[in-house]
Design a protein around this ligand. Structure first.
Ligand SMILES: Nc1ncnc2c1ncn2[C@@H]1O[C@H](COP(=O)(O)OP(=O)(O)O)[C@@H](O)[C@H]1O
Ligand SMILES: [Mg+2]
Length: 360
């Protein structure tokens, strides 16, 4: 026999669960009320049953949460139902009715939203990847591929020629020219090898490098060109310039591009005014800053806006990808590449690189 007071309690609980059930049924996602006193399920809507009734112990708050792998007080948790694979955002609220207090659980199915996010992220990554390939890579990759073989052949022919000249005791100028040609071809091969690596998104090899050595290589490569244009390149590096943390060939490539642009900018300038300087110093941010200064025509404000956009060129024979590639290389190195007008006329192109100290 149940006592009258127990019967009264039960009917109060039934009434509460009926009212609650009616309210919960009107809610468009899984929703359930648990007793504050003992954690038992008091009422749940159909969506709640659909979502969780296959889980053992789902009528008990603690058991349900442990089946979903979340802590009891973890409001806003995202949980995966192990039987269905659906994801739910779980929220708890206290519901005070005159019949007592309940813990109200809402479980919003977020599987579709997560899937959409996933797809979006995937597409975003694909887009980034393609745009990167398009801007620096695709063209470079094709060129690199096409040029690899002929360059190797050129180096072989030059070695053969050098042997013949040596055997025949040929003129020293010819031998020097052949050695210079071989140096150029080998450098081109090294650059191409790095470009291919870069496009394949592999890590370039960063190490401690002396800017003086890098500049020396670049000047050696440009010696003939500079002679032809009757200009002298002044190298003015601070004596105490610390080593930079960089991929050597990549930085050579950047400096080579900037100096070539500087030489090209002075094509129309009387030779007495052609003044090309490479400066190196530690800047206020404690980075190594390399500056290439010319006395060319400089840049209009409009042009200086587009300077680094791929395929922007003002030259009839230009590709317009030099500066774009330089900038992505320098940014890869956590540095900056920028343009400044040179006082007295001409341009300054400068880039920064981190010091090697503390990085290796
Ligand atoms: N030192 C410079 N002085 C003046 N203009 C420059 C200089 N360097 C670059 N530019 C301008 O930026 C453009 C893009 O340079 P770049 O990316 O190297 O491509 P390209 O040399 O093939 O034209 C050049 O066409 C030129 O108009
Ligand atoms: Mg260029």
């Amino acid at each position: 026999m149940t006592s009258p007071s127990a019967a009264r309690r039960r009917s109060a609980a039934d009434a509460a669960s009926t009212t609650l059930g009616a309210i919960l049924d009107a809610i468009p996602f899984a929703c359930a009320a648990f007793s504050r006193a003992n954690g038992a399920l008091v009422a749940g809507n159909d969506r709640f049953d659909e979502a969780f009734s296959a889980l053992p112990g789902y009528r008990d708050r603690a058991q349900l949460l442990s089946a979903l792998g979340v802590a009891g007080d973890d409001d806003g948790a995202e949980a995966k139902a192990p039987h269905s694979g659906h994801w739910y955002a779980l929220h708890w609220r206290t519901l005070a009715l005159d019949k007592g207090e309940f813990d109200l659980l809402t479980a919003v199915d977020i599987s579709e939203r997560l899937e959409a996010l996933d797809t979006h992220k995937h597409q975003q990554e694909k887009l980034l990847f393609t745009s990167r390939l398009m801007s620096v890579g695709e063209m470079a990759a094709t060129l690199a591929h096409e040029m690899n073989q002929p360059l190797a052949a050129i180096v072989n022919y030059l070695n053969g020629s050098l042997r013949l000249v040596g055997q025949a005791g040929g003129p020293a100028q010819v031998e020097r020219a052949l050695v210079a040609a071989r140096t150029q071809a080998e450098h081109a091969s090294a650059v191409i090898a790095r470009v291919r690596e870069f496009v394949r998104a592999r890590e370039p090899r960063r190490d401690a490098h002396d800017v003086a050595v890098i500049a020396g290589t670049v000047l050696e490569l440009l010696r003939l060109e500079a002679e032809r244009q009757q200009l002298r390149i002044d190298l003015a590096l601070a004596g105490t310039l610390p080593a930079v943390y960089a991929d050597r060939v990549m930085v050579e490539q950047v400096l080579l591009n900037l100096v070539k642009n500087a030489i090209e900018a002075m094509r129309e300038v009387p030779s007495a005014q052609r003044e090309l300087r490479i400066e190196g110093r530690v800047n206020l941010d404690d980075e190594v800053e390399v500056r290439v200064l010319d006395r060319g025509g400089g840049l209009s404000a409009a042009d200086s806006e587009q300077l680094f956009s791929p395929f922007f060129t003002t030259k009839s024979d230009g590709l317009g990808i030099g500066l774009a590639i330089c900038r992505s290389i320098i940014e890869y190195h956590e540095g900056r590449l920028f343009f400044e007008p040179r006082p007295g006329g001409g341009s300054v192109f400068a880039f920064t690189l981190p010091k090697a100290e503390g990085r290796i």
